[in-house]
Design a protein around this ligand. Structure first.
Ligand SMILES: NC(=O)c1ccc[n+]([C@@H]2O[C@H](COP(=O)([O-])OP(=O)(O)OC[C@H]3O[C@@H](n4cnc5c(N)ncnc54)[C@H](OP(=O)(O)O)[C@@H]3O)[C@@H](O)[C@H]2O)c1
Length: 299
C-alpha cells in the first residue's frame, strides 16, 4: 500500500497537455485537495465539478503568485515553454520564491535529462539553475529529468512517412524517448507520495537511434523509410525555410546536436521504480498512434 501525502496539492501549468494529464491522475487516485494554477483559468472550467480549484497565476508576473499558492502544501512546478535562453529561469525563479513564501514543503519539478555544462540544448542552463534553486529552497524535492517526449515523433513522423525519408541531425546518437503520459504518471506519483529529496531520470525503457525510429516508421507505413543523417546547419536552414523563426529553429536543432553528442542517451529504471510500471516503448507508442502518423498532412 502506498501512502498518499496530505494536500493541498498544487499543479502549475495546469491547462497544458502535461498539467491536464497529471490532474486526471490525481483525481483518479483520490488525492487532494487539488489547486490548479494557470494563466487561463477559463480553460479549466470543466474541472470545477471534479473538486479542482482553479486559480490564476503567471510565473512572469510575480505579483499573481502569492494568492495563487496560498495554503498549498506540495507543489508540482511544470517548466514553462519559453525557448529563449534565460526566460524560463526568470519565470521559475519567481515561482520558487513564491513557493518558499507560501511554505510549500515538497516541490516536484519537470527538468530535462543531462542538465550539465556542455549540453548543446539551448535552455539547458535554465533547467540546471532551476534545479539548483529548488535544491537550495529548503523544501524537499523530486527533480524529474524527463527525456524527450516520444510524442514529438508524431509531429515529424507523418512528414517522414510522406517523404519516404527520415531526416535528422542526430548522427548515430541514441535517445531514451519517454511518452508524455508516462511523464504525467511520474509527476503525479511524485506529487502524491515522495517525501525524500531525489533526482530521477524519467525515460523510456530503451535508448534508440534515428535509424531505429526510421525502421519503426517503415514498419508502420509498410514502406522503406531510410534514415538520412544531415548536418545541424542543414536542419536549421530547412526549419527556417519552412517558416520557423530563427530562435526556434536554433532551439529545436540543438536537440539533435544533443542526441548526436550522446546527452540524450539515457534510459533508466527510475520511472518503473517510482511508479511500479516501466515506460511505454517508442515502437508500442507509435503503433498505438498509427492513425495520426498516417493521416494526410493538415494545411
Ligand atoms: N521533454 C520534452 O520532450 C518536452 C517537450 C515539450 C515541452 N517540454 C516541457 O514540459 C512542459 C510541459 O509540457 P507540455 O507538453 O504540457 O507543454 P504545453 O502543452 O505546451 O504546455 C506549456 C506549459 O507551460 C506553462 N507555462 C507557460 N508559460 C507560463 C508562465 N508564464 N507561467 C506559468 N506557466 C507557464 C503552461 O501553463 P498555462 O498555459 O496553464 O498557464 C503550460 O502548462 C513544457 O512547458 C516544457 O517546459 C518538454
Amino acid at each position: 500500500m502506498t501512502t498518499l501525502q496530505k494536500g493541498p496539492l498544487i499543479v502549475t501549468g495546469a491547462s497544458g497537455q502535461l498539467g491536464r494529464q497529471v490532474i486526471a491522475k490525481l483525481i483518479e487516485a483520490g488525492a487532494g485537495p487539488i489547486i490548479a494554477i494557470t494563466r487561463s483559468p477559463e480553460k479549466l472550467a470543466d474541472l470545477a465539478d471534479k473538486g479542482v480549484e482553479a486559480r490564476k497565476g503567471d510565473f512572469n508576473d510575480a505579483a499573481t503568485l502569492g494568492a495563487a499558492f496560498a495554503g498549498g502544501k506540495r507543489m508540482l512546478i511544470i517548466s514553462t515553454d519559453d525557448l529563449e535562453p534565460g526566460k524560463r529561469l526568470a519565470a521559475h525563479s519567481n515561482a520558487i520564491a513564491a513557493a518558499k513564501e507560501a511554505g510549500i514543503e515538497h516541490i516536484v519539478y519537470t527538468s530535462l535529462v543531462s542538465p550539465v555544462a556542455g549540453n548543446p540544448v539551448t535552455f539547458t542552463p535554465d533547467h540546471k539553475d532551476t534545479e539548483a534553486m529548488i535544491m537550495a529552497s529548503g523544501a524537499t524535492y523530486t527533480i524529474l529529468r524527463n527525456n524527450l517526449y516520444a510524442d514529438l515523433l508524431l509531429m515529424g513522423g507523418g512528414q517522414s512517412i510522406g517523404m519516404g525519408q527520415h531526416f535528422a541531425a542526430a548522427a548515430q546518437g541514441r535517445t531514451g524517448y519517454v511518452t508524455r503520459a508516462d511523464c504525467a504518471r511520474a509527476a503525479a506519483v511524485a506529487l502524491m507520495q515522495e517525501t525524500e529529496s531525489r533526482t530521477l531520470d524519467i525515460t523510456g525503457p530503451a535508448a534508440i537511434t534515428q535509424g531505429d525510429v526510421a525502421a519503426i516508421f517503415s514498419e508502420i507505413s509498410d514502406k522503406d523509410i531510410p534514415y538520412i543523417p544531415i548536418s545541424n546547419d542543414d536542419l536549421r536552414q530547412a526549419m527556417v525555410g519552412n517558416g520557423l523563426p530563427d530562435f526556434m529553429a536554433v532551439a529545436f536543432a540543438s536537440f539533435d546536436e544533443a542526441m548526436a553528442q550522446g546527452y540524450m542517451d539515457i534510459a533508466s529504471d527510475d520511472l518503473a521504480e517510482l511508479t511500479g510500471e516501466p515506460g511505454q516503448s517508442v515502437r508500442d507508442f507509435l503503433i498505438e498512434n498509427k492513425a495520426a502518423l498516417l493521416a494526410p498532412p493538415q494545411h
